[in-house]
Design a protein around this ligand. Structure first.
Ligand code: NAD
Length: 503
């Protein structure tokens, strides 16, 4: 059998049980349908075939889940950190043991290519291991002595939290949010994206099989406007960790205002990759291609705006176009595939609308710009050239395998174009001029910047964006800052003077 046929056969085995039972919620350690009994159908973007029914939850399901998380909270908070650490490591072991199942299900559910999903599943395990080890120091604080007091700080978990995740690499992103919350001592209600529910259910099963007590982590499926909204409004949920679109973040902020929710937002991006004439152009080309055409371009950190210096633009764009034409579009289960289908028809329509916009705005479609095939939500890897930064194709997050190339004369113009955008998630700078790199990293409005590199994630570093790309940071200790409260304790060291009123 070919690799594709082997993967297809294994996938059929893994999905069989979902075809029978559907994807249920998991609340207080029990698999449950929605209270109303409602479901929705989940289809694969590869061939639009039916995968499974999914519980369509509403406010009543969220309420049961939030109460389960609240009930489980004191015991989880008070569990010795060494025990939390051990459970989280067992979850990581469970993920590794089921990595192939997770990867194949993720491919079929989201359209993401196997070559990337096999790594994303293992990266999910790494996230659990990283935060498992940090659980031991989560409550550490400082000693800040003053003349009369020994001031100490400590951190305590904030309480039950809501985690709302999107459909792009949903498994990895769920682990990225949930692992630090659990390590901090919070309990969780997770609402995964409606377009990609399968691996969130597998992850939940692994967690409970690993000894996570019932109610510590609850899974509620459903749509954003009902289950998601109810979670953001629930009074027992103390904070919302959200990954998704900028406009949804804005809605969540409004929804959470009544109950004064703490929010952490990882939102959209339209990230520049700036290529200067003195750069290693071959490496810059590889990185620019990887950062926009991997993960189907459905990647918040994608380098979706190529800013290329005039003096080297012609040669660079010619090589780029040849490589983009060569990208292998196909079945995501095939290990040779580089780009799979977009998640859903709605998103496919959105991405395709930019092909018309590019033409209308006067840009050139140098490569692609069409649907690929006639079954499933595939688009051709696309390159727009001759673009200016005021065009919609340069300003809006397309979130597909679509790159907009813009030329610049000099560093000042490159900086001006790079920052002239509502978003500020990442930036990529290619230059061998050290002082230029320092000037640019200082002025670029982005939460994360890589110089002469693609995005290489290092878990202790802060992850997040500025402007419309987000609020707050994940990674290292920054995750604990979100899931925990600082507490100050002042202990008198002697008999200092206390003002005596009414004496
Ligand atoms: P989305 O905002 O449409 O949905 C994300 C989640 O929010 C889903 O679970 C959805 O059901 C839920 N939701 C929708 N409306 C809601 C509401 N009113 N209240 C509560 N929840 C609601 O995003 P998407 O289309 O699933 O994901 C793609 C977006 O995510 C892109 O913009 C991408 O850049 C962004 N993203 C950002 C990062 C980052 O780290 N900055 C990472 C991955 C994805």
């Amino acid at each position: 059998m070919t690799d594709l046929a082997t993967h297809q056969a294994k996938l059929d085995g893994y999905l069989a049980r979902f075809r029978d039972t559907g994807v249920l919620n998991q609340i207080g350690g029990e698999a449950r349908p929605a209270v109303s009994g409602a479901t929705f159908d989940n289809h694969s973007p590869v061939d639009e075939s039916f995968i499974c029914r999914v519980a369509r939850s509403g406010a009543e399901d969220v309420d049961v889940a939030a109460r389960a998380a609240k009930a489980a909270y004191p015991a989880w908070r008070d569990l010795p950190a060494t025990e939390r650490k051990a459970i989280l490591h067992r979850i990581a072991d469970g993920i590794v043991a089921r990595a192939e199942e997770i990867a194949l299900c993720e491919c079929w559910d989201t359209g993401q290519a196997y070559r990337f999903m096999s790594k994303a599943a293992l990266r999910g395990a790494e996230n659990f291991r990283f935060f498992a080890d940090r659980a031991l120091s989560a409550r550490d604080g400082q000693a800040l002595p003053s003349p009369t007091l020994m001031n100490i700080t400590t951190r305590v978990p904030i309480g039950p939290v809501g985690v709302i995740t999107p459909w792009n690499t949903p498994f990895m992103l769920s682990t990225w949010k949930i692992a630090p919350a659990l390590a901090a001592g919070c309990t969780v209600v997770h609402k995964p994206a409606e377009f990609s529910p399968v691996t969130a259910r597998i992850l939940m099963e692994i967690a409970e099989e690993s000894g996570l007590p019932p109610g510590v982590w609850n899974l509620v499926n459903g749509f954003g406007e009902d289950a998601g909204k109810a979670l953001t409004e629930h009074p027992d949920i103390k904070a919302i960790a959200f990954v998704g679109e900028s406009r949804t973040g804005s809605m969540i902020m409004k929804q959470g205002a009544e109950t004064l929710k703490r929010v952490h937002f990882e939102l959209g991006g339209k990230n520049p990759v700036m290529v200067f004439e003195d750069a290693d152009l071959d490496r810059a080309l590889d990185a620019a291609i990887f950062m926009i055409y991997s993960l189907n371009g459905e990647r918040c950190t994608s380098s979706s705006r190529l800013l290329i210096q005039d003096s080297v633009a012609d040669g660079f764009l010619e090589k780029l176009a040849a490589r983009v034409r060569n990208i292998r579009v196909g079945n995501p289960l095939d290990p040779a595939t580089e780009v799979g289908p977009l998640i859903h028809k709605t998103h496919f329509d959105k991405v395709c609308s930019y092909f018309d916009k590019a033409r209308a705005e006067g840009a050139e479609i140098a490569v692609g710009g069409r649907r690929a095939g006639d079954l499933g939500w595939f688009v051709q890897p696309t390159l727009f050239t001759g673009a200016s930064n005021d065009m919609a194709i340069a300003q809006e997050e397309i979130f597909g395998p679509v790159l907009t190339a813009i030329r610049f004369k000099d560093e000042d113009e490159a900086m001006q174009i790079a920052n002239d955008i509502p978003y500020g998630l990442t930036g990529y700078v290619w230059t061998n001029d050290l002082t230029r790199a320092l000037r640019i990293t200082d002025r670029l409005e982005a939460g994360m910047i890589w110089v002469n590199s693609e995005n290489v994630r290092h878990l202790p570093t802060p992850f997040g964006g500025v402007k419309a790309s987000g609020i707050g940071r994940d990674g290292g200790d920054w995750s604990f800052e979100f899931y925990m409260e600082q507490k100050h304790i002042g202990l008198a060291t002697g008999q200092h003077h206390i003002p005596r009123l009414g004496a």
